[in-house]
Design a protein around this ligand. Structure first.
Ligand code: ATP
Length: 644
């Protein structure tokens, strides 16, 4: 259309220097991003916006950035959006005077509440011209809404949302509603935002000696690459925009790392491993390199931070503060450190421990522990911490040091205490028989298998937030299947019959495509459930039934439609015999086959993964990788390539 053509060339939205950023400027950019799937184009739009903000209203950059990643604060502060659709529909009804029935029916037709909100506004009669929304106002109000709790919280939330909706113009209502839902879904990945931010800084000449606009194109490209590298590296060490943005605006970008250093108290995104199907694969991968095998403990990842003043925090795999789950750990940490140890960040697995038999208990036992507000006197399941890495010690980051050195430091700085704190068991031989028997020992000890890691040299550094090929996992049970279990999101269910009448008899699962930001169906699952589990799933999931599949659900055209759909709220670990190409499922569509997806054969339920968010489910890329490895064709997913 004429409209998209003209906006594509030049988003006219601007504002006066020093003024609050209009929300419309952000929404205009969102609209441009949504209109393309090309990463480079999206980056260009974001660079433009960030540049404008840095030049006109740098104070607003942090809030703007949070709105772009659709967060209200760093993950560890735990303030989240994700308002239920019924409440949002009520707010739309409230602010436009339309009936709930009409809104519900529009929603059934479009599947996009944002769009419904936008279109409903057309019907709205405004008696006065509302003040234009600004980024700080929207951000502040979203925070207020997320914090509302207790009695009459529904009404208060609706009132606040309505207040925003009434002032919305053009596409603002659409994006506002999506922000409230907690899902923007415009293909704006955080890595893209980091790139765009770095490039915008180069262009604005903000403290850079790179020369900003005076650079030739080639020089500029070079400066971009360098800046992006710096910003991403800094973010890996200090994933906290509250600290990075002010520093980025204040100091030359080449000095950023000096001002934003890894800090205990700010959780890092953990390093992750690649699965392997056979022990020989390890030898292939690590040919001529030194590596080490460790037990793969089967519990819950715990990143333990301690500041110099003694303040201790335990973080989960996805940077949530878990201190309330482990008061016992918090209290004992001080007894595990050597006298000269002051501050640290440890990477560990928290595992259930049998006090009498003095042995590790299976994961299922740990999962019976409450997730929040655990009182020490109520603790029935004792936890033992198995430390496998040390990322920071006595004021110094160890990320760049090889594992050999990090392990040495870890062992010198801490003291084992039986049943409370231990170092991960390891074995450094690269003889296949030794590895096999170490694997057997780990399984006998209630572990999941082994982690095999590069031991020295550059490739043995710690790579935050990466699924790296320098860490391989070997799970005994899965050596015969596809090499690993998958973590999938439950998006639908089929009513049970016969013995399963009254509960759901089978479920539709999906993996997550991080680029396209969509849930792609992967299989129907009906095995691996005890009667009790089926009841539990039914009780939990029926609270999350939605009227129709969401806009970001991708289901095959020939698929059997489930009887009910769910919001993406829970991740299940699933085992499968193998993978096949299927027209009915959409996982990794376009990767192996243009129109068909990949599906799991003989899937079996293993357990709920409470420590993973739906967006952290097995990715489409991983599914495609599994498929390629199974068919012995690794082209495109080359083994030498480092993941992430
Ligand atoms: P899964 O836990 O199902 O294997 P994941 O995606 O959570 O998958 P992976 O990177 O695939 O994580 O596997 C590594 C996980 O194993 C870590 O997140 C950690 O919780 C656990 N773990 C247990 N022992 C170790 C160890 N010695 N070294 C590293 N991780 C370990």
């Amino acid at each position: 259309s004429v409209f998209t053509k003209s906006t594509k060339l030049e988003p006219e939205t601007s504002w006066k220097k020093g003024e609050a950023i209009p929300y419309s400027a952000l929404c205009k950019t969102f609209e441009l991003c949504e209109g393309t799937t090309k990463r480079t184009e999206i980056t260009t739009y974001m660079v433009k916006l960030f540049k404008q903000v840095i030049e006109l209203t740098p104070d607003g950059l942090l809030e703007l950035l949070y709105l772009c990643i659709n967060k209200l604060c760093p993950d560890y502060e735990g303030l989240e959006l994700g308002i239920g659709e019924t409440l949002l529909m009520k707010a739309v009804a409230n602010s436009t005077g339309r009936s709930m029935d009409k809104i519900k029916s529009d929603y059934r037709d479009t599947g996009d509440l944002g769009l419904v909100a936008k279109n409903s506004r057309g019907a709205q009669r405004t008696l006065f011209a509302a003040k234009k929304l600004t980024v700080p106002f929207v951000f502040k109000t979203l925070r207020t809404i997320a914090k509302i709790s207790g009695q009459s919280s529904q009404a208060q939330k609706i009132a606040n949302i309505s207040k925003l909706l009434v002032a919305c113009q053009d596409s603002e209502a659409k994006y506002l509603i999506r922000q409230l839902e907690g899902k923007l879904r415009i293909g704006l990945a955080e890595q893209t935002i980091l790139s765009a931010l770095a490039q915008a800084v180069v262009l604005t000449n903000k403290g850079m000696h790179y020369g900003g606009s005076k650079l030739s194109e080639a020089q500029r490209e070079q400066a971009f690459t360098k800046a992006v590298e710096i910003v991403k590296a800094v973010y890996n060490q200090l994933p906290c925009y509250d600290m990075i943005i002010p520093a980025l605006l204040k100091y030359p970008i080449e000095d950023l790392a000096d001002h934003c250093k890894m800090t205990p108290g700010i959780p890092l995104k953990p390093m992750l491993a690649h699965p392997t199907k056979a022990l020989t694969e390890i030898l292939d991968r690590f040919e001529n390199r030194r590596f080490t095998c460790e037990f793969k403990y089967d519990g819950e990842r715990a990143q333990i931070h301690r500041l110099e003043d003694g303040k201790t925090t335990v973080y989960s795999r996805n940077s949530e503060n878990m201190s309330g789950r482990y008061p016992d750990v918090m209290e004992k940490v001080a007894q595990w450190v050597a006298p000269e140890t002051t501050s640290f960040i440890l990477d560990c697995e928290a595992v259930a421990w049998d006090r009498e038999k003095k042995c590790i208990l299976p994961f299922q036992v740990l999962s019976t522990r409450k997730r929040k507000d655990v009182k020490e006197e109520d603790i029935k399941v004792q936890v033992c911490i198995f430390a496998f890495d040390c990322l920071f010690l006595n004021g110094e980051s160890l990320l760049q040091k090889p594992l050999s050195e990090r392990r040495e430091k870890l062992r010198a700085a801490f003291v084992e205490t039986e049943g409370q704190f231990a170092f991960a068991r390891h074995m450094d031989s690269n003889v296949i028989d030794d590895i096999q028997s170490f694997l057997d020992t780990s399984i006998q000890g209630n572990c999941e298998g082994l982690m095999v890691k590069t031991f020295d040299g550059e490739e043995a550094s710690y790579e935050p937030s990466r699924r790296s090929r320098n860490w391989l996992k070997v799970k005994k049970d899965y050596l015969t299947g596809i090499g690993d279990s998958l973590d999938l999101v439950v998006i639908g269910a089929f009513h049970g019959r016969g013995k399963r009448t009254g509960v759901y008899g089978a479920f539709l699962l999906a993996c997550y495509d991080q680029d396209k930001q969509e849930f792609q169906s992967i299989c129907k699952i009906g095995t691996g459930f005890s009667e009790e589990a089926l009841q539990t799933h039914h009780d939990f999931l029926q609270e999350h039934v939605i009227g129709r599949p969401r806009r970001d659900y991708l289901v095959g055209p020939n698929a059997e439609k489930p009887d009910v759909w769910f919001s993406p709220v829970q991740v299940w670990e699933v085992l499968a015999a193998d993978l096949s190409i299927s027209p009915a499922y959409m996982a990794a569509v376009g990767e192996i086959d243009k129109a068909k997806g990949i599906s799991l054969r003989f899937p079996r339920f293993i357990r709920i993964r409470d420590d993973k968010k739906p967006e952290e489910a097995t990715s489409s890329e991983q599914v495609a990788d599994f498929y390629r490895r199974q068919s012995g064709n690794t082209s495109g997913g080359g083994l030498e390539q480092v993941g992430g």
